[in-house]
Ligand binder design. Structure first.
Ligand code: ATP
Ligand code: MG
Length: 414
């Protein structure tokens, strides 16, 4: 029965994976905090205009991937496909442009109607950052260094390559656009239908096409480097010099254009061979024109986003679950005392699992399965003496401990 399945491209996140996701988000947040970034959250849906106006009406997201609907009040809204447009909207509607520079970290679900496969879902999750109000190339260097530091802290830096390109300023892009139109027009018959449509509206995006036939034509396309003006070349040189200064290795990829329309100057992706076709793990760039394009004040920006599912696939095993203390009542009528003891310890800050049923060995087996570090065994005699038996489940050592001394004695098991 279809209604009892998760919707195609969505999935349930069970405890092991949830712990891994949390670890990724916590690591990202903590690393970015070292750079002065603070967490924000924007709504999961926005007026569709927010995305349509910013992502560009030839982008894959806007043409094919948006989850848009008319709500009961007649508003046209869209589940956010990415985080930057919402943050830019927040900057404008919240009047935050008085407080620049803004250094923002976010995480949460994103929605794109794509063909699901390994590392590609319709609901997926991202961590991301936006640095707003910094036109200097130092901002690009810091953003990239911060991405590298997050990947390093997650232990995946060895599996990724930083690819770097520049999209130049508006004048360079206009010049390159003309060169590209001339080139692709000659090959128009061999281009995919999508790319032919882009030829008139946004020829740069053809460079990003994943169609086999397009790729062959793209290979022979002129290089952006030849269209860069002095300002654009200088900016790019400063970014590369900064990366060298902080010891971050990269490879230049002149075909790297990013899927969205709002980028300029620096574009970068951390990619891997380990995830098949879904090789981009963390991607970003500079978007100086975005806020203005949305109707706000001119506000330079740079940011990146990383897919949590792809980071999790790369990072492998989830970190271990925390280890509880097991409270194990045995024999007689001590269930009530066990319940009280467990609750007292939890109020004192311990993680406690209560063995609900079965004989001693069954309850201990369950405690071991939960990887408990210690068991507190209590039967009628212990209760009468105001004590419990503390068994260290790693060493097997056990001793009787008076209830009055228990929290003190348990402090190594916290
Ligand atoms: P791709 O080329 O793989 O479609 P993209 O250019 O559309 O990626 P971005 O919009 O830059 O991706 O999003 C940043 C990151 O979010 C990607 O590098 C990837 O890790 C992740 N991501 C994007 N789309 C998906 C998806 N459908 N499922 C899972 N992760 C995704
Ligand atoms: Mg995509």
């Amino acid at each position: 029965m279809a209604a009892l399945q998760p919707v195609r491209g969505t999935r349930d996140i069970l405890p092991d994976e949830a712990r891994q996701f949390r670890h990724i988000v916590d690591t990202g947040r903590a690393v970015c905090a070292r750079y002065g970034f603070e967490e924000v959250a924007t709504p999961i849906f926005e007026f569709s205009e927010v995305f349509r106006r910013t992502l560009g009406d030839t982008s894959d997201i806007v043409t094919k991937e948006m989850y848009s609907f008319t709500d009961k009040g007649g508003d046209d809204v869209t589940l956010r496909p990415e985080g930057t447009a919402g943050v830019a909207r927040m900057l404008i509607s919240g009047g935050l442009s008085q407080n620049l520079p803004l250094k923002l970290f976010y995480n949460g679900p994103m929605f794109r109607y794509e063909r699901p496969q390994k590392g590609r879902f319709r609901q997926f999750h991202q961590i991301g950052v936006e640095l707003l109000g910094v036109p200097e190339p130092a901002g690009d260097v810091e953003a990239i260094a911060m991405g590298a530091a997050v990947l390093d802290a997650l232990g995946v830096a060895g599996n990724v390559t930083l690819e770097l390109n520049t999209l130049g300023n508006a004048a360079s892009r206009a010049a390159y656009r003309d060169v590209l139109v001339a080139y692709f027009t000659v090959h128009a018959d061999a281009l995919s239908e999508d790319s032919r449509a882009r030829l008139a509206r946004n020829p740069l995006r053809i460079l990003d096409s994943k169609e086999e036939g397009d790729r062959r034509i793209v290979e022979g396309a002129p290089d952006f480097a030849d269209s860069l003006d002095a300002e654009s070349s200088e900016f790019f040189a400063a970014v590369r010099d900064g990366l060298d200064a902080v010891g971050i290795a990269y490879v230049l990829n002149s075909r790297l254009v990013r899927g969205l329309d709002y980028y300029c100057h620096t574009a970068f992706e951390f990619t891997t061979d380990a995830l098949g076709a879904q090789g981009t793990v963390l991607a970003g760039g500079r978007y100086d024109g975005l806020v203005e394009q949305m109707g706000g004040p001119h506000t330079p920006g740079i940011g990146w986003a990383a897919g949590i599912e792809r980071l999790a696939l790369l990072a492998g095993e989830a970190p271990d679950a925390p280890r509880p203390i097991a409270v194990v009542p045995v024999g007689g009528d001590v269930e009530r005392d066990a319940l009280t003891l467990a609750e007292t310890l939890r109020r004192a800050g311990f993680m406690v699992e209560l063995g609900y049923r079965g004989n001693l060995s069954r309850r201990l087996k369950r405690a071991n399965r939960l990887r408990a570090r210690a068991a507190l065994i209590l039967g009628p005699e212990e209760v009468a003496r105001g004590a419990v038996t503390l068994r260290d489940l790693d060493s097997g050592d056990q001793e009787e401990v008076a209830l009055t001394a228990l929290t003190e004695r348990l402090s190594p098991y916290r």
